[in-house]
Design a binder for this molecule. Structure first.
Ligand code: CP
Ligand code: NVA
Length: 325
């Protein structure tokens, strides 16, 4: 091996400032904050970094930068992927558990925000009340990212649409059918359908529809959002069958009532035969087997669930670079 071979064999490194973004310095509180161009700008940066890293390149676009990760609720994927994502981008993430921070108990939300912005280049927060993330964004002069609230889960849908772009050549005309509770994930699905021009059908029991004002606002802007109470009919010919837990974090007291209300909404393997020939199964996870789906569905050849989980990492790296780079 000659000295020049040694140099050539070093991984290439893409440094800070390599990506232009119209979103720099902004927040991601909800996908409703984004234009279609901004949504696809994040996905484009994510796809580019993903490809470079898979080819052995280093992308240290956030060298020396730090992210605070504030959690009021549990997490596997969000916590892991923001932490690993910051590391892979040359930066650093610090976990701040609400048990220790005590927002609104030990210290006011405004004071927490005013401290964090002095030490960190960005804040990611998973909270119960959506207003907590909104107020963090209002008070902190660094980008604030919503890592899930009771109302929305924007980072999940970034990963999901990165997955859909990898799975289907064309998003327009795609029919996504969500079966289950009209929850935070569904609200972000509605905004994503509007941004990407996909058709969304939400099949849910009566009384568990997504917020009517979110549906109406999306429809007013041109989105095609259908509500159904017949899940088996709704999934006929679907390109995507998506489900999520029936009882979200914070709703545990309603578990028994929800188990009863969602009878007939368990996605089993035979449901997959009703999809389009290229149709896929998606779930944001964690899964509660025997409730919203069975284990064999999650591990079936139709499932892209673990691609979604992997893409949490890549999509959020795109988002972090767009906002903090
Ligand atoms: N899908 C998702 O957000 O997973 P976690 O709750 O584990 O972060
Ligand atoms: N709807 C679920 C999503 C978990 C990632 C919840 O809020 O618990």
């Amino acid at each position: 091996m000659t000295p020049s071979d040694t140099v050539l064999s070093q991984p290439q490194s893409l440094a800070q400032g390599s990506y232009q973004s119209s979103l720099r310095g902004g927040d991601l509180v909800s996908l409703s904050d984004l234009s279609p161009d901004a949504f696809f700008e994040i996905l484009d940066i994510a796809a580019d970094i993903k490809q470079r890293v898979k080819q052995g390149e280093q992308v240290h676009a956030l060298a020396g930068k730090s992210l605070a990760m504030l959690f009021e609720k549990p997490s596997l994927r969000t916590r892991s992927t923001f932490d690993v994502g910051m590391f892979q981008l040359g930066g650093h993430a610090v976990l701040l558990d609400q048990q220790f921070v005590g927002i609104g108990k030990r210290e006011s939300l405004r004071d927490v925000a005013s401290n964090l912005e002095r030490w960190f280049d960005g804040i990611m927060a998973r909270t119960f009340a959506h207003s907590t993330v909104e107020m963090l964004a209002q008070h902190a002069h660094v980008p604030v990212i919503n890592g899930l609230t009771d109302l929305v889960h924007p980072c999940q849908l970034l990963a999901d649409y990165l997955t859909l772009r990898e799975t289907f050549s064309d998003l327009s005309g795609l029919h996504v059918v969500f079966v289950g509770d009209g929850n935070n994930v569904v609200h972000s699905h509605i905004y994503a359908a509007l941004l990407a021009g996909t058709t969304l059908t939400v099949a849910c029991p009566e009384g568990y529809e997504p917020h009517a004002d979110i549906v109406a606002a999306a429809r007013d802007k041109g989105a095609t959002i259908n509500i159904s109470h017949d899940p088996r009919d709704a999934v006929q010919g679907a390109d995507v069958l998506y489900t999520d837990v029936w009882t979200s974090m914070g709703q545990e007291a309603e578990t028994a009532a929800r188990l009863e209300a969602f009878a007939g909404y368990t996605v089993t393997a035979d449901w997959l035969n009703d999809l389009a020939p290229t149709g896929v199964f998606m779930h944001d996870l964690p899964a509660h087997y025997g409730e919203e789906c069975t284990e064999d569905v999650l591990y079936s050849p139709r499932s892209v669930v673990f691609d979604q989980a992997e893409n949490r990492l890549h999509a959020q790296k795109g988002l972090l670079v767009a906002l903090l780079g």
